[in-house]
Write a protein that binds this ligand. Structure first.
Ligand SMILES: Nc1ncnc2c1ncn2[C@@H]1O[C@H](COP(=O)(O)OP(=O)(O)OP(=O)(O)O)[C@@H](O)[C@H]1O
Length: 226
């Protein structure tokens, strides 16, 4: 069975060869199995966003191997990387970038239509996901009519809309109270168990990281057990 994510020997230096060269990753390695939820802990500036962007094929490392759901992504063409991002990876960023003109339901339906799903199936899946995070009563609200935490939950559902193999998230429960945060995390764990979704979740929340299957720490450019 292939892993959701495999990173080997990932290196990244910003401004190489210049006086202000900064080596952020120096051989980082990580395996996220299917159905596994892994926490990523790092002090500010350690390179957490850089690592998430590299794993999400948004940034290219200087060296190293990347596999997404078993498929090699390092050195792959732009077309292949775009397909992997669209079909295999779900992202949750700190800023949600929901589509402001569309309702919560539409924000979760639209990525599925773009990926070729029929509208009936797409709406059913969106309703199920939004229900899992307690938003059944907000389906018709636009982002501006939702609280910050509600927007974050819509972004969570949108990231999972196309049933990705890998979820990459940066503080996905940052704006949520402990009860709601638990509920969103329960939904994530249930989806991981049900569908084999693998997740890499950056967080400073100790309570949350205790509930992960495993935690890794980014330290001096490499990943060590947390
Ligand atoms: N494009 C860039 N050019 C030069 N340096 C950069 C660039 N992007 C990030 N850096 C530097 O690389 C280091 C790692 O940045 P990164 O954004 O990955 O950190 P982070 O761990 O996500 O931090 P935070 O938790 O504060 O968001 C930082 O010191 C940052 O200043």
């Amino acid at each position: 069975m292939s892993d959701a994510l495999l990173l080997e020997g990932i290196e990244k230096t910003y401004n190489p060869g210049r006086a202000n060269a900064l080596r952020v990753l120096g051989g980082a390695a990580l395996r996220v199995e299917k159905g596994e939820v892994v926490g990523l802990v790092a002090p500010s500036g350690a390179g957490k966003s850089t690592l998430l962007h590299i794993a999400g094929l948004l940034e290219t490392p200087d060296a190293g191997r990347i596999r997404i759901a078993g498929e090699p992504a390092d050195g792959a063409s732009d077309r292949v990387r775009t397909r992997l991002r669209r079909d295999r990876i779900g992202f949750i960023y700190q800023f949600h970038h929901l589509l402001p003109e569309f309702s919560a339901l539409e924000n979760v339906v639209l990525p599925q239509l773009a990926a070729g799903s029929g509208s009936g199936a797409a709406e059913a899946r969106a309703r199920d996901l939004l229900d899992r995070v307690g938003l059944s009563g907000r389906l018709d609200h636009r982002p501006a009519e939702l609280s910050g935490g509600e927007q974050q939950r819509v972004a969570f559902c949108r990231a999972l809309a196309n049933a990705p193999d890998l979820l990459l998230a940066d503080e996905p429960t940052g704006n949520l109270d402990p009860g709601t945060s638990d509920r969103v995390f329960d939904a994530l764990l249930a989806l991981a168990r049900e569908t084999g979704l693998g997740a890499l979740i950056a967080t400073h929340n100790l309570e949350l990281s205790r509930r992960m299957d495993r935690v890794v720490r980014l330290e001096d450019g490499v990943l060590v057990p947390g």
